[in-house]
Design a protein around this ligand. Sequence first.
Ligand SMILES: C[S@@+](CC[C@H](N)C(=O)[O-])C[C@H]1O[C@@H](n2cnc3c(N)ncnc32)[C@H](O)[C@@H]1O
Length: 428
Amino acid sequence: MAIENGHSNGHANGHANGNGAATPIDESIAVKANAVDKVPQLLEEIAKQGKYLTQDGAQNRRQLLESVRSLSYALETPREAMIRYCWSQPTIFAAIELGVNLGLFKVLSKDDKPKTAVELAEATGAEPVFLSRILKHLGAMGAIYEVGPDTYQPTNFAKTLTIQKYGDAFPCMTDCINSGVLAFPQWVKKNGYQAPTDGKNTAMQLGFHTDLHFFEFLATNPEFPVRFMNHMSAYHQGRPSWMDPGFYPVQERLAAGLDTSAPLLVDVGGSTGHDLQEFRRKHPEVQGKFVLQDLPEVIAKAKVLVSPDIEAMEHDFFKEQPIKGARAYYMHSILHDWPDNKCKEILTNLAQAMKPGYSKVLINENVIPDMDADWQTTSLDLIMMTVFASQERTERQWHALVESAGLKIVNIFTAEKGVESLIECELA
Ligand SMILES: C[S@@+](CC[C@H](N)C(=O)[O-])C[C@H]1O[C@@H](n2cnc3c(N)ncnc32)[C@H](O)[C@@H]1O
């Protein structure tokens, strides 16, 4: 068959060696385990970590999961990996999204009794033969349990999908992200293999056939921002927050020496106020004024959600900051939405409102380590690149960005790998 070996450089099954000549790749590796030699050591680590799991908490579970994942990659053949990336990932995504839309997981999770495909079809109104195919794939991929022929029970994952903020992740990604990510190879090929720098010229516009920036596109359908906010909120669950004990010394760095004539915390781009509410809940002992800022359509929603002790204010962070001399201007997952030149504008507006020697900027964002970055963070980095022309940043990049706006980083507080740090900044 002539369809193999279609490389444009003319080298079949090979890669360039130091002399520019191609070293042939032995095709038999495609159907053998990726790294069978690593398996014994990984199994030893897994056995050891498995023993500690009963004694330790969440950190240990994550290490064990990473080892199990490495074991799975070592045992998988390259051909199987190709099929997993190309077939199973897009199809399981589609099956879950349609299941969410159909209310399938709600019906399945109504109780723990096994349910047949026919019963599930009756309850959801789907065509039975169609639904049985979807259920088979969900079962094969571990999203639900197959407990008998055409008979299923929910996993905890399936049950979680019935909670709106979790289930919304799937239509949210389809609404405004996935087509951008998938268009990226085409966009970057046309644009000389470099990262986009303009949020109005990224793969997002190509993938969604629009001229709009992501946030303008989000506003074109009232359901999009709701699902997006739910997805953001679900993403933050189950991860240490800087407001938790042992992460950021709130009392010492924020509450001590408070000048009550100005707000304690201004949450810039704070969405509907979940972070300020969390702060009020976790630190009732810290008294002060709290201000929530976001775009008008978001503030309209926030006004009915936040408690009356939080002032919800319309504010565009590309304009002059109206609250002067606050103890802290806080931004959570804001700067990763924007390229450096736009972040500089946002930070400069804050710097101009800050009281020297008193005000801080608190940036709650990922700091990518030089090695061993977490896959959740690198996934997000590519979403940021393809959809927003922005990025997750390394420590060096954070210093350069903050300094470009006349500020300096005084401390970076980090709880654990893959979790957003709190970057504390002051006027330079
Ligand atoms: C990724 S969300 C982060 C929300 C919140 N800080 C959190 O961590 O959940 C970005 C937020 O920035 C807001 N935003 C976008 N452009 C803005 C602007 N020009 N001025 C103020 N807020 C803006 C959006 O409405 C959204 O709430």
